[in-house]
Design a protein. Structure first.
Length: 307
C-alpha cells in the first residue's frame, strides 16, 4: 500500500459507505490518497477515482477528516464542533462495525448464484459510471474554490481554473506567488495576472500593486495585465452578497493604468460561458489581453466597463 499526497488539501470527499456520510459531509477532508497493490480494501470515501478512506479487516478504519479547531477561552465547556465530530464519527463506526461482525467469511461468499453474479457485474458497471460522474462533479466543485480561498491557496485555485478550465498554459513565479503569466502557443507571456483576496471590495491599492508588480516582472506599462480579486471572502453569506460590484473610481483607476479587473465570481461565470460554448478560449484570451477597467460577467454574457 502506498500513500500519495494531493497538491492541496481537498475539502470535499465523496462518501462510499453511506454510514459515514453525515460525518464526511460535515468534517470530511483529505490531504492524501491510498494506492493498494494486489488487494482491495473496503472503501469509505474517495476523491474522484482516488481512495482516501478505507476499512482494513474488521478493526482498522482510515477516515479522512479535518479536526475541529479549538476555541481559545472555551476550556470550561465542551466545544460544540468537537462534540459533533465524535458523535457523528462514532455513529458511523458502530454501524459499520456491527455489519462487519455478521459478514460471511470470504470462503463462504466465494459461492455465487447465477443471478447474484449478474447483479454484481451490473453493480460494477454502475459504480464505474458513478465514479466518472463524481470525478466530473468534483472537478466543477474545485473550480468554485476561487470563491472561498485566499493567499497561496487562492493562487493555486485560480491557476487550476486557467489551466484545467480554459486550457491555458500558465507560468507561476517561484519568488512572487501572487504573480501568474498566461502564455501563448509560442510559450511567450500574453497576459500578466495579479491574484489577491480581500474581505471587502476592490481598492485603489490593489490596482496599484498590479501595476507595480507588472513593472517588477520586467514588463512594459502597456503589457496586458489583469487583477483577479476574490472579494468579500468572509462577509458574503450568499452569491448575491458575493456579487458586490466594483466601484466606479476603481474602474477608472484601473483604466488609467491599463489593468483589467476580474472578480473571481466574474472568472467563474466566464468559465461557465466557456463550458456552455458561448465563448471560445480564443475569445477569452482576447478579452483578457485587450481590455482594461472591469470585465463584468453575468450568466448570459459580459460587459467591459470603463467607468
Amino acid at each position: 500500500m502506498y500513500r500519495r499526497n494531493f497538491a492541496t488539501r481537498v475539502a470535499h470527499v465523496t462518501p462510499v459507505l453511506s454510514d459515514f456520510k453525515r460525518f464526511l459531509d460535515r468534517f470530511g477532508a483529505a490531504s492524501s490518497w491510498f494506492e493498494t497493490v494486489g488487494w482491495k480494501p473496503r472503501p469509505i470515501a474517495t476523491v474522484g477515482r482516488h481512495l482516501v478512506g478505507m476499512v482494513i479487516g474488521q478493526r482498522l478504519f482510515c477516515v479522512p477528516s479535518q479536526l475541529p479547531e479549538a476555541k481559545p477561552g472555551k476550556i470550561h465547556e465542551p466545544d460544540p464542533n468537537t462534540k459533533e465530530f465524535f458523535e457523528l464519527l462514532v455513529d458511523g463506526l458502530v454501524v459499520v462495525g456491527r455489519k462487519l461482525a455478521v459478514e460471511l467469511p470470504v470462503w463462504v461468499d466465494a459461492y455465487e448464484f447465477d443471478r447474484e453474479h449478474d447483479a454484481l457485474g451490473q453493480k460494477a458497471v454502475l459504480l464505474e459510471e458513478v465514479s466518472k460522474l463524481e470525478a466530473e462533479i468534483d472537478a466543477f466543485k474545485r473550480f468554485k474554490w476561487i470563491l472561498i480561498y485566499d493567499g497561496d491557496d487562492l493562487v493555486d485555485a485560480v491557476r487550476y481554473v486557467l489551466e484545467t478550465g480554459f486550457g491555458f498554459a500558465v507560468e507561476a513565479a517561484e519568488e512572487f506567488r501572487e504573480d501568474l503569466k498566461i502564455l501563448g502557443e509560442d510559450g511567450k507571456p500574453l497576459v500578466f495576472a495579479e491574484v489577491k483576496g480581500t474581505t471587502r471590495g476592490v481598492k485603489r491599492e490593489h490596482v496599484n500593486q498590479a501595476d507595480s508588480h507588472r513593472e517588477r516582472a520586467g514588463l512594459v506599462p502597456t503589457f496586458p495585465s489583469i487583477l483577479i480579486m476574490n472579494t468579500s471572502i468572509k462577509n458574503a453569506r450568499s452569491l448575491e452578497e458575493k456579487d458586490e460590484p466594483v466601484a466606479a473610481e476603481q474602474i477608472e483607476h484601473a483604466k488609467r493604468h491599463n489593468v483589467l479587473i476580474l472578480r473571481t465570481l466574474d472568472l467563474l461565470k466566464l468559465l461557465a460561458l466557456h463550458k456552455r460554448g458561448t465563448v471560445t478560449r480564443g475569445e477569452v484570451q482576447r478579452l483578457l489581453s485587450t481590455g482594461s477597467g472591469w470585465l463584468k460577467v453575468t450568466d448570459r454574457g459580459w460587459e467591459l466597463l470603463a467607468s
